[in-house]
Design a protein around this ligand. Structure first.
Ligand code: CAA
Ligand code: NAP
Length: 246
C-alpha cells in the first residue's frame, strides 16, 4: 500500500487522536492542527512517546485564512495532502428558544464552515494528482436531530450534504468523499453532558455502552485504501445501533 499524506483536523481531541493513530498504523504520514501551541506540543510529545510521529501546525478551522495557512504549512512539513478528515468540532448545547446568535454561529463555523475552509485549499491538488480521500465526521444527531442541539444537528446534517455534492463533482478525479456518523463516544464532548442526562442516553443504545474513539477511527480507515475507490458519497453510521435510519 502506498504511503500518503493525511491531515486530520482536531487531531488532538478524543476521536481525532484515534484517527491520527489509525492512519499512521495504516502507513500514512499524518498531520493535525493546534490552536494553543503549548497544548499542541505536549500532545505531539505524548504521541512521540507512543511511537507516532505526527506533524502539527497552527490553525483555527473556523477561519478561512487560518485553514489555508494550516494546509500550506502541512504541505511544507510533510507534502501535499492526499487524505483529509474534517473532524474538528464543538457543541454549544441549549434549547433553541434560549440559543444566542453566538452559540449558533460558533457551532456552524467550527463544524460546517470548517469543511469549506479546509477542503477548499486541498481539493485542487487532489484533482491534479487524480487521487484523494475526504471524510467528514458528522454525528448521529445530524441524522436524527437532538433536543438541545438545533445548531449542532444543522451543522452535522449539512456536512453530509457537502459530502454528497463533493462526491459527485470529484468522482472522475479519483477522489472519494464520505461521511462517518458516530453515535455517543466516550470523549470530553460527551462527558460534558450532565451525568443524569448521559445515563438516559446510554440506556437508549442497544449495545448498552458508549462507543470508543478507536471504533470511529476504524470506520474512517475503511474509506482510505485503493480498494475503497468505488465507495463515494456514503454515510457510515457507527452508533451501537442507536439509530438505524438514513
Ligand atoms: N426529549 C424530551 N424532553 C427533554 C429531552 C429530550 N431528549 N431532554 C430534556 N428534555 C426536557 C426535560 O425533561 C425537562 O422537562 P421539564 O421542564 O418538563 O422537566 C426540560 O427538557 C429541561 O431539561 P433539562 O433540565 O436538562 O434542561 P436544561 O436547560 O438544563 O438542559 C439540555 C437542556 C442542554 C438540552 C440538556 O438536557 C442536555 O445537555 N441534553 C443533552 C443534549 C445532547 O445529547 N448533547 C449531545 C452532546 S455530545 C455530542 O454532541 C456528540 C454527538 O455527536 C453524539
Ligand atoms: P473533542 O475531544 O472535544 O475534540 C475536539 C477537537 O477539535 C480538539 O482537538 C479541538 O482542539 C478541535 N477543535 C475545536 N474547535 C476547533 C477550531 N475552531 N479549530 C481547530 N480545531 C478545533 O471532541 P471529539 O469527541 O473527539 O469530537 C471530534 C468530532 O467528532 C467532532 O466533530 C464531533 O462533533 C464529532 N462527534 C463526536 C461524538 C462523540 O460522542 N464524542 C459523536 C459524534 C460526532 P482544541 O484543543 O484546540 O479545542
Amino acid at each position: 500500500m502506498q504511503s500518503r499524506v493525511a491531515l486530520v483536523t482536531g487531531g488532538t481531541g478524543g476521536i481525532g487522536t484515534s484517527i491520527v493513530q489509525r492512519l499512521a498504523k495504516l502507513g500514512h504520514k499524518v498531520a493535525t492542527n493546534y490552536r494553543d501551541e503549548a497544548k499542541g506540543r505536549a500532545w505531539q510529545a505524548q504521541m512521540k512517546d507512543q511511537g507516532y510521529d505526527v506533524a502539527i501546525a497552527h490553525g483555527d478551522v473556523a477561519s478561512p485564512e487560518h485553514a489555508e495557512a494550516l494546509v500550506r504549512e502541512v504541505e511544507r512539513q510533510i507534502g501535499p495532502v492526499d487524505i483529509l478528515v474534517n473532524n474538528a468540532g464543538i457543541t454549544r448545547d441549549t434549547t433553541f428558544h434560549r440559543m444566542t446568535p453566538q452559540q449558533w454561529t460558533d457551532v456552524i463555523d467550527t463544524n460546517l464552515n470548517s469543511c469549506f475552509n479546509v477542503t477548499r485549499p486541498v481539493i485542487e491538488g487532489m484533482r491534479e494528482r487524480k487521487w484523494g480521500r475526504i471524510v467528514q465526521i458528522s454525528s448521529i444527531n445530524g441524522q436524527k436531530g437532538q433536543y438541545g442541539q438545533a445548531n449542532y444537528a444543522a451543522a452535522k446534517a449539512g456536512m453530509h450534504g457537502f459530502t454528497i455534492s463533493l462526491a459527485q463533482e470529484n468522482a472522475k478525479f479519483g477522489i472519494t468523499v464520505n461521511t462517518v456518523s458516530p453515535g455517543y463516544i466516550a470523549t470530553d464532548m460527551v462527558m460534558a453532558v450532565p451525568e443524569e442526562v448521559r445515563n438516559k442516553i446510554i440506556a437508549q443504545i442497544p449495545t448498552g455502552r458508549l462507543g470508543s474513539p478507536e471504533e470511529i477511527a476504524y470506520a474512517v480507515g475503511f474509506f482510505i485504501p485503493d480498494e475503497a475507490g468505488w465507495i463515494t458519497g456514503a454515510n457510515l453510521s457507527a452508533n451501537g445501533g442507536q439509530y438505524m435510519g438514513w
